[in-house]
Design a protein around this ligand. Sequence first.
Ligand SMILES: Cc1ncc(COP(=O)(O)O)c(C=O)c1O
Length: 385
Amino acid sequence: MHPIQMVDLKKQYHKIKTEVDEAVLNVIESTAFINGKPVQEFANNLSAYLGVKHVIPCANGTDALQIAMMALGLQPGDEVITPSFTFIATTEVIALLRLTPVFVDVDPKTFCIDPASLEKAITPKTKAIVPVHLYGHAAPMDEIMAIANKHKLTVIEDNAQAIGGDYISKSSEKMASPAGASRRKTGTIGHVGTTSFFPSKNLGAYGDGGAIFTDDDALADKMKMIANHGQRKRYYYEMVGCNSRLDTLQAAVLNIKLKHLDEYIKARQSVADFYDRAFANNTKLTIPYRASYCSHVFHQYTLVLNDVNRDGLNAFLAEHQIPSMIYYPVPGHHQQMFEQYETAKVSLPVTDWLTERVISLPIHTEMDTEQLKFITTKVLEYVNR
Ligand SMILES: Cc1ncc(COP(=O)(O)O)c(C=O)c1O
């Protein structure tokens, strides 16, 4: 059996090697390492794929969030509401910009921000909401946009884990695409969307990368400027910005991988289907929920364990060369980083409950049936003991 990994990037690379090698060599030959032609080509291709007006490439998904927040012109102490149950980057950038992260609870089924907790956390200082489409499942954007519109708040979707996902709206006009359809790509529903091209992401580069999306011309212009040292015209700096670029080499790789994104998503969904079939009837395991309003793109396949020793399962799987991961072992509001924030001293029972019970199994585009049978057999062997 081929060794099992959380993500098998090597096997995936070998399937597109000829194309990738040629594109990478072309960049080297051109020596246009910074802002070479593939960068704008990729921005255009991604914008067409997502159905969004502007795509601004940048250095990574953390910068993407930071640039988006810088562009909103928020003042120190302004509050930004976000789930605590997410990767640290989402909340870290809020604090980095001297804004106040306000941690709210998630829905136990979707693992995404809970609209009721969100609305309760709004104060006169609230300026923005950052929903996260965690593990590849969309947050309930209809409800979030309705709350945001009611309170005049900006929504930045952290789409690092859900690129390529579809969101099917119930109604809201913000959802209507130019063609009038109610199906939109995640990351294009809020005022701004951000993503990461970290190698293990569903659309991963061969190094770091990120992007920001928006339909808002003025915001796009400002974010482009911020990502480029605050300059529009060379050597004339209008505001404090940063240096955040997507490398030409990464753009060249991403241009190729973008063509395969839908097929990569299907492969991940088939892995999830296999796991679901194996685990669905086991009372000790709760399989990932799939809301009818979105297509789950399965960046992670995450089970909730019911009365199972998680460390024991993790160790048992490791003994059989099956990796498994806990995303995330400590939620944001319990991190030392935020201990001086009053807003971190909140009770988030669902977040705490999930943090102790979730476990993610290997999922990627190259998994075969032999590996899946082995993993599911071993998981069931342990939980049925
Ligand atoms: C939800 C979420 N937000 C933000 C990021 C940050 O992306 P990057 O690692 O490219 O900075 C990640 C990636 O790890 C993520 O999963």
